[in-house]
Write a protein that binds this ligand. Structure first.
Ligand code: CP
Length: 357
């Protein structure tokens, strides 16, 4: 099955030549900066304009510079409390948000739902009101239910950042993936580059957010997996075509990987998998696993990515994950700078800030 849509001109597609927005001086207080950022929350990437994404990328560059300093820290969030409220397991997102907030001199509070009053039946709304009453100014939330961060944003007085909700969205992952591709691809541009997302699309919030940012950046995006794990995306691809985005869906791994510039493997999410979607993990690995032989179909030097956590030997072979084309650890490292940038920009919209709406 292949659905191919061709690009058409549209204002919806990012013009990479757009005039860059001014970049904040990240050593100064976020509320003192006259940057063109108006979003109090980061719930997904679908509401971000090309200029917004450009500002996140440039602010991330500034944060990367901070991270090269002997003391990689700025006072931007001194006196502010960042609360990290996770209802699902996480290593990369949780830890990198914590490191990012500390690098901005914030006070960080970590709450694992399993060891909180959530286990006694407390609602999400009550928990959010409680953490605000305890001083939280920024709330990073991960939740197994799609939409939970939107509910949190309705009752929280500060900023909510979505650290992943159900199958729906993982905006900071999409932005760090975009940053990593721009950093590694020639001329820092995704325009016309063939980017493949391979694996369990059905359950992937990473893919759903990446679809927005990658097609907006002008990539030629291919989604590939077994028919049971790509269903529903054909309709989205059709809508993408109407908006001038390049977006294909295929079950053929050879068609997807041929001449690819970037291959992002996705984990088979066993914890969300209904029975009957896959015959077995062994069969999936045999037919869709990213092996050295399959990677040879891509362009020489094509980037290998994975948002993690990986199931090596299932969706990606261990030697490919650790190979010379892999930028998987770069994704993790860039996650800190991207999250520093986002915390900084959102903090600037708080009451009294220059960017307050
Ligand atoms: N990529 C990602 O969200 O990883 P974690 O589940 O470890 O946070």
């Amino acid at each position: 099955m292949t659905l191919r849509v061709d690009p058409a001109s549209s204002d919806d597609v990012v013009a990479e030549t757009e005039a860059p927005s001014s970049v904040p001086h990240v050593d100064a207080a976020p509320e003192s900066q006259a940057v063109a950022w108006r979003h109090r929350h980061l719930l997904d990437v679908d509401g971000l304009s090309a200029a917004d994404i450009d500002l996140v990328m440039r602010t991330t560059d500034a944060m990367r510079e901070v991270l090269t300093r002997p003391i990689p820290r700025v006072p931007a969030l001194r006196g502010s409390q960042v609360t990290i409220l996770f209802y699902e397991a996480s290593t990369r997102t949780r830890v990198s948000f914590e490191v990012a907030a500390k690098n901005l001199s914030a006070d960080v509070v970590n709450i694992a739902a399993a060891s909180s009053s959530v286990s006694k039946g407390e609602s999400l709304v009550d928990t959010v009101r409680t953490v605000e009453a305890l001083g939280a100014r920024m709330l990073v939330i991960r939740h197994p239910m799609s939409g939970a961060p939107y509910l949190a944003a309705e009752v929280f007085g500060g900023s909510v950042l979505n650290g992943g909700d159900g199958w729906h969205a993982h905006p900071t992952q999409a932005l760090l993936d975009l940053y990593t591709m721009r950093e590694r691809l020639p001329e820092g541009s995704l325009a016309g580059r063939k980017v493949v997302i391979l694996g369990d699309l059905l359950h992937s919030r990473v893919a759903r957010s990446n679809i927005w940012t990658l097609t907006a950046a002008g990539a030629d995006l291919w989604l590939c997996g077994p028919a049971t794990l790509v269903r529903g995306f054909e309709a989205w691809a059709g809508r993408g075509a109407a908006a001038g985005r390049r977006f294909h869906v295929t079950t053929s791994v050879n068609e997807a990987l041929r001449d690819a510039d970037v291959v992002m493997a996705l984990r088979i999410q066993r914890e969300r998998m209904a029975s009957g979607l896959l015959p077995s993990l062994r069969e999936y690995a045999a037919r869709y696993g990213l092996t050295r032989e399959r990677l040879a179909l891509a362009r020489p030097g094509a980037l290998v990515m994975h948002p993690g956590p990986m199931n090596e030997g299932v969706e990606i072979a261990a030697d490919v994950a650790a190979g010379s084309q892999s930028v998987i650890t770069d994704q993790v490292t860039n996650g800190v700078a991207v999250r520093m940038a986002l915390l900084y920009l959102l903090a600037g919209t708080h009451p009294g800030g220059a960017g307050a709406a």
